[in-house]
Design a protein around this ligand. Structure first.
Ligand code: ADP
Ligand code: SF4
Ligand code: MG
Length: 381
């Protein structure tokens, strides 16, 4: 089905692109540093008094490498969508820096912001609410051309939209249909086609398959993977479940209460996680093999996620962490490579006692309570 999409999605002309400097494979295309987004809490109707803030994103740093897929995972409410919106400049950052190809973009306005928005696109979670029901699919996909006519001049738009429909595996003749005439998976394909219209370099996918049936999820993920190779895209792929991002991600970052708590390659995170929160999330991932399921050691987290308006002191995970000690309430653990870890365990983890979890066959409940010093002696595999 995918054929001459390159006609519609060919490389941007240098004169069209405000950010023309090239970034080669393996270099960061986005550099995020200490990004903060606080939503003020106010009281009073006429005289609004500032009484606090929801710390939705609270000092997040990472790079998105050109050509990679970075999975971002965490429970609902931990700040994933806010992070995406701040990166897209749909919400102004409270503090911190976002660089796109080396240029600071977090405080841009006007035409400079418009140019960035062309290069960084978003695919939203819910294909049922994110598409305007009163617009035809052709108008939905072609709408970005109104803002960026240089990408597809008026006379070429119908052809450009039909090419995009073809690229995402939909019949180009559906151009005059309305969103309600499509299934959930097809609607998400329309959302992806719209995201591709302006030939972006980065696509931020905010839970793009969470609202879809399991059987359709894999098809949409496969489409995203195929498009990535075809159009040299870099993805940030947000999910609340580690199992969904496993197959698509080159690296994975785990978020808890507005902070990244662990980040590493897929192998480092899935097979050598060292942060207790990641380990708890991994223990909840569905395992299809019943024997493997029995021998698995599930961690059931106690308590609710604390309010982001009043996060715990020190380590934000301490109120639910089975390894918490006095130090965890006093000192905030920074996201860095713990020096006592080696091998694939040696990746960034924000825990004073970061260590791989040891699961004994058939053990009811066992976690690795080894101290950093013990780990140093034992080594890691
Ligand atoms: N516009 C807003 N005003 C106030 N609080 C908000 C706003 N948007 C999100 N939040 C709060 O920020 C926190 C993070 O939300 P969100 O980024 O949507 O999380 P996630 O996408 O991980 O589920 C939540 O506590 C949410 O209630
Ligand atoms: S720093 Fe302490 S509370 Fe936080 S994850 Fe590590 S052991 Fe648990
Ligand atoms: Mg969200």
């Amino acid at each position: 089905m995918v054929n001459d999409g390159a006609t519609a999605l060919g490389a941007a002309q240098p004169e069209e692109a405000a950010f023309a400097q090239s970034v080669t494979e393996g270099e960061p295309i986005l550099e995020v540093r200490n990004l903060v987004k606080h939503f003020p809490l106010t009281q009073g109707v006429i005289f609004k008094k500032h009484v606090g803030a929801v710390k939705a994103v609270d000092g997040v740093s990472f790079d998105l490498i050109k050509g990679e897929t970075l999975g971002i995972v965490g429970e609902s409410g931990c700040g994933k969508s806010t992070l995406a919106k701040v990166l897209m400049n749909l919400e102004p950052a409270t503090a911190g820096s976002v660089r796109y190809k080396g240029e600071e973009i977090s405080r841009l306005t006007g035409s400079a912001l418009k140019a960035v928005r062309r290069n960084i696109q978003m695919v939203f979670q819910d294909p049922y609410t994110s598409l305007n029901p009163r617009m035809t699919v052709g108008d939905i996909i072609g709408e970005p051309f109104e803002i960026h006519p240089e990408v597809a001049p008026k006379g070429d738009r119908r052809k450009a939209v039909q090419d995009l429909l073809d690229v995402v595996g939909l019949n180009p003749e559906y151009i005059n249909r309305y969103p309600h005439q499509f299934s959930g998976g097809q609607r998400q394909r329309i959302g992806i086609a719209r995201g591709l219209a302006l030939k972006p370099e980065v696509i931020i996918c905010d839970e793009p398959v969470s609202a879809l049936d399991v059987s359709v999820q894999a098809q949409v993920i496969n489409l995203l993977e195929q498009l990535q190779g075809e159009f040299n895209l870099s993805y940030m792929f947000i999910a609340h479940d580690l199992s969904i991002v496993r197959h698509i991600s080159d690296r994975v970052g785990v978020m808890y209460l507005g902070k990244l708590v662990e980040i590493g390659s897929d192998l480092e995170i899935y097979d050598h996680a060292t942060h207790p929160y990641t380990q708890a999330l991994l223990s909840a991932v569905p395992v299809p093999d019943p024997r493997a399921r029995e021998s698995r050691d599930r961690i059931v987290l106690s308590g609710d996620v604390p309010s982001p308006a009043n996060p715990p002191s020190g380590c934000r995970f301490r109120t639910r962490c089975w390894k918490a000690q006095e130090k965890c309430a006093i000192e905030e653990p920074l996201l860095a490579r713990p020096p006592w870890l080696t091998g694939l365990a040696a990746h960034d983890s924000a825990c004073h006692f970061a260590a791989e979890r040891v699961i004994e066959q058939g053990a009811a409940e066992r976690e690795d309570g080894a101290s950093p010093a013990d780990e140093q002696e034992n080594g890691q595999s």
